[in-house]
Design a protein around this ligand. Structure first.
Ligand code: PLP
Length: 420
């Protein structure tokens, strides 16, 4: 256990508000709404006047290039040391060859695989570990299909917390290895992600661990929001028409939407791009709820994009809310389309993403072909995880090396037989 100190609460947070019934709670160590139960995810609300005045005294451009440049917009006590790892401020690349290949005006790729543990989840975990410390916990746990886990393990190593991680059986080996090397206690649950999630929740209650699960913890989406804040700031007003994001639980896209809305509210941008949320055909409950206007019906999951294989998403309401607020759309893509996007994004866009990392690119292609996105529009795709996270899928997408004897004649035969 690390020493328990009392920290001042974050002054910029005004309250936590239930997404369903609107009940409001003062800031504190809370998970979901007490009257709505698990479904009642709490949204963190801020004092934007205070934030605007702080930002006018210490302008953003003078600050460190990581997510803590947005301190006033994050729900963490100012007294707590930030982790040393550089999370966020990931590069946005213009990809003109990819745009030409897809036949669209402009494609930007924001490479979130460049975060310390190589996925977007580092944004959420860095807020999660600080909230654990703020509330006096020495231990933190999560259930994850992989990336939330590896990022929690890495950020725990950076802050001295002990981490317990519940992974479903099918989590890819590189992700599990990442957890182990960072010193997490890894519990491989012989079951689905949903079962791992429930076991983790029960264990947190039993053992008094802090629960870093974006399905119940109100603060994590605030970390994810930093990608939206960055998109607004890094592009300096030259916003794309669309921002494309892969969707599993729905926390990532709702965070990005919230961040963009806040930057509009604070006057950094004058409009919010339309959000395109992309799910895999084999795990598309949020797309179905979006299309039908009905409540979410949990589904089976069958896709190689493990990071978005979520059959019972918890953040579906706010995902749909943010997509509608932006006049956005949703679309689903097949595993073959995802594998093709892995190849295209790497070969033509020069960014290597894992399957869920490039699902947005697969969705973009389909949205252009089906006329949802116009050819004279511009798009930013968030590449949410690095390709080395899932070697097996990458190999499936990439093909084989050519075997040659060390002779020029043999080389010539190999090259002439090769079709790329
Ligand atoms: C978690 C994750 C997503 C989706 O985020 P949700 O909040 O589950 O919608 C997308 N891509 C990668 C690589 C992820 O790890």
């Amino acid at each position: 256990m690390i020493a328990l100190t009392k920290y001042a609460p974050p002054v910029q947070v005004t309250r936590l508000k239930c997404e369903i019934c609107g009940a409001s709670y003062p800031h504190g160590n809370l998970y979901t709404c007490s009257s709505c139960g698990d479904e009642g995810i709490l949204d963190v609300e801020y004092d934007y006047e205070r934030i605007a005045s702080a930002l006018s005294k210490s302008p953003l451009q003078d600050r460190d290039q990581n997510i803590w440049r947005y301190n006033e917009l994050l729900p963490v006590s100012a007294d707590i040391a930030r982790p040393r790892l550089f999370v966020g401020w990931t590069p946005i690349y213009d990809a003109p060859r990819l745009a030409k290949y897809f036949g669209i005006k402009q494609i930007l790729l924001k490479d979130d695989g460049r975060n310390p543990t190589n996925s977007f989840k580092d944004r959420a975990s860095s807020v999660g570990v600080l909230k654990a410390i703020e509330f006096g916990f020495g231990e933190i746990a999560c259930a994850s299909t992989g990336n939330a886990a590896s990022s929690l393990a890495g950020l725990s190593a950076a802050t001295g917390l002990k981490s317990y991680i519940f992974v479903p059986e099918r989590a890819p080996e590189p992700k599990v290895t990442q957890l182990l090397i960072f010193g997490a206690t890894v519990l491989r649950v012989l079951g689905t992600y949903e079962q791992a999630f429930e076991l983790c929740k029960a264990a947190c209650e039993k053992y008094g661990w802090y629960n870093r699960n974006s399905g119940v913890n109100p603060f994590l989406v605030e970390g994810k929001k930093t990608a939206g804040l960055e998109i607004a700031e890094q592009l300096n007003g030259n916003l794309p028409d669309w921002v494309v994001v892969s969707v599993g639980d729905g926390c990532t896209i709702s965070g990005i939407g919230k961040g963009l809305q806040e930057m509009k509210r604070l006057g950094f941008i004058d409009r919010v791009p339309r959000l395109l949320g992309v799910q895999a055909e084999g795990a598309r409950p949020i797309v179905d709820a979006f299309m039908s206007g009905k409540d979410l019906a949990p589904s089976e999951t069958k896709t190689l994009a493990d990071s978005i294989a979520v059959g019972t998403p918890r953040n579906w309401r706010r995902a749909i809310k943010q997509i509608r607020l932006s006049s956005g759309e949703m679309i689903a893509v097949s595993d073959d389309e995802i594998l093709e996007a892995m190849r295209t994004t790497a070969r033509i866009g020069a960014v290597f993403g894992e399957p869920a990392g490039v699902t947005g690119v697969a969705g973009l292609k389909k949205a252009i072909e089906s006329g949802v996105i116009n050819r004279n529009e511009s798009v930013l795709c968030v590449i949410t995880g690095n390709g080395l996270k899932d070697i097996q899928s990458a190999k499936q997408a990439a093909g084989q090396a050519l075997d040659v004897n060390p002779s020029l004649a043999d080389l010539a035969t190999a090259l002439s037989n090769h079709v790329n």
